[in-house]
Design a protein around this ligand. Structure first.
Ligand SMILES: NC(=O)c1ccc[n+]([C@@H]2O[C@H](COP(=O)([O-])OP(=O)(O)OC[C@H]3O[C@@H](n4cnc5c(N)ncnc54)[C@H](OP(=O)(O)O)[C@@H]3O)[C@@H](O)[C@H]2O)c1
Length: 346
């Protein structure tokens, strides 16, 4: 063997050894990471005890503000926070529904309530002034940004009606941000006045529609993805002021918005969903890879975790499957609408 051949065979050996060690190292790193994440997911979901709301001022005369509080998930947030000993400010569109829930809460849980009815989609400054006026002297510690709107049925973006497009962005984004600008300073001052013995909490409802780019729900999908970045950024800003900020990610829940009435393994009712959310606040559950983000319901958590680990939420495969699913939902919804219209005619 010539000298040159010897040198090149040593070089080859170094490179191949380097590659093998490199691949092994990456493999060990990935397996360790996956094992730790899986352990953390199981720990969050099934082992850690439920959060004690004394930490957020429960049973000490403090208040929670809940938007979209007259139905579905928001109504459950109001009921369950009241059951923990918080007074509740209920906000939504329909005065009569809010009055019924307020009476129910006061009778059942012996806490105080205040109601504010307005249409969030109008984005009028009087809306925010009314919230500010109502809460200015209240020790508010919790804000639940729950109000939201989706498309009435899945629709191609280019065919989305102007009003639907504007309402989704106004309700899910503009109004949510403006309400937070009114309520968060009151929470910060409550926490400061109570000598930081308690913490503040701001939860905002995200969605699998925002987690995964969702064809045929493009505007809703974008609006919820916006909330992800905004809420996580806010979490960093408000942490030094003693306020925990978290985006709550949910797959389907039975409600007027989802138009689903029957529960299943993957689809809880609002009571089950909110119980899981409030018990696990401050944890990530299915959202292991995201700061200040929580996918709290256990089957949703496994779905979120599985998709992230397998293909990723921005993958072509996830997008294609989502496209097929929502296209088929649209076809069925259009058929149903046509059938109902025909029945009405007869
Ligand atoms: N349900 C799901 O499958 C699901 C999944 C993921 C995320 N989410 C999110 O969870 C949140 C709640 O959804 P949900 O299913 O519980 O909805 P829902 O049952 O339809 O309830 C919506 C609530 O918001 C209020 N609201 C709607 N439009 C309003 C407006 N323009 N002005 C004032 N209030 C308004 C409603 O008040 P009125 O009763 O007065 O109309 C009601 O209290 C939303 O942010 C949604 O995006 C839901």
């Amino acid at each position: 063997m010539s000298l040159n051949q010897l040198i090149s065979s040593i070089k080859d050996c170094d490179v191949s050894q380097f590659l093998i060690y490199g691949v092994l190292l990456v493999g060990v790193f990935k397996v360790t990471f996956l094992t730790l994440n899986t352990a953390s997911l199981l720990f969050d979901l099934f082992i850690l005890p439920s959060v004690n709301y004394k930490k957020y001022g429960a049973k000490q005369g403090n208040w929670a503000v809940v938007t979209g509080a007259s139905d579905g998930i928001g109504k459950e947030y109001a009921l369950q926070l009241a059951s923990k000993g918080l007074n509740i400010v209920l906000i939504s569109r329909t005065q009569s529904k809010l009055e019924l829930i307020a009476t129910d809460i006061e009778t059942k849980y012996k806490v105080e309530t205040k109601i504010i009815a307005f249409d969030v989609s109008t984005d009028e400054s009087t809306n925010y002034d009314r919230i500010a006026e109502t809460i200015k002297d209240l020790p508010v510690t919790i804000l639940i940004n729950n109000v939201g709107q989706s498309h009435s049925i899945p629709v191609p973006f280019l065919e989305t009606e102007d009003k639907e497009l504007r309402d989704i962005i106004t309700i899910n984004n503009t109004a949510t941000l403006k309400i937070t600008q009114v309520v968060a300073p009151i929470i910060a001052s409550t926490v400061a006045k109570q000598s930081k013995k308690i913490r503040g909490l701001i939860l905002t409802m995200g969605s699998f529609g925002g987690l995964l780019p969702t064809p045929y729900l493009a505007t809703y999908s974008g609006s919820k993805a916006f909330l992800q970045a905004w809420s996580s950024a806010l979490a960093g800003e408000l942490k030094p002021q003693g306020i925990d900020v978290e985006l709550i990610i949910s797959y389907l829940v039975t409600s007027a918005m989802s138009k689903i009435r029957r529960t299943s393994l993957l689809i809880p009712n609002p009571k089950q969903f909110v119980k899981a959310t409030l018990n696990g606040v401050g944890r990530r559950n299915g959202a292991q890879e995201r700061y200040a983000t929580n996918t709290p319901y256990w089957t949703h958590a496994f779905m979120h975790f599985g998709i992230e680990q397998a293909v990723g939420v921005y993958s072509k495969l996830a997008n294609t499957l989502n496209y097929d699913m929502h296209k088929s939902i649209r076809t069925r919804a259009l058929k149903k609408a046509a059938r109902l219209a025909a029945e009405k005619k007869d």
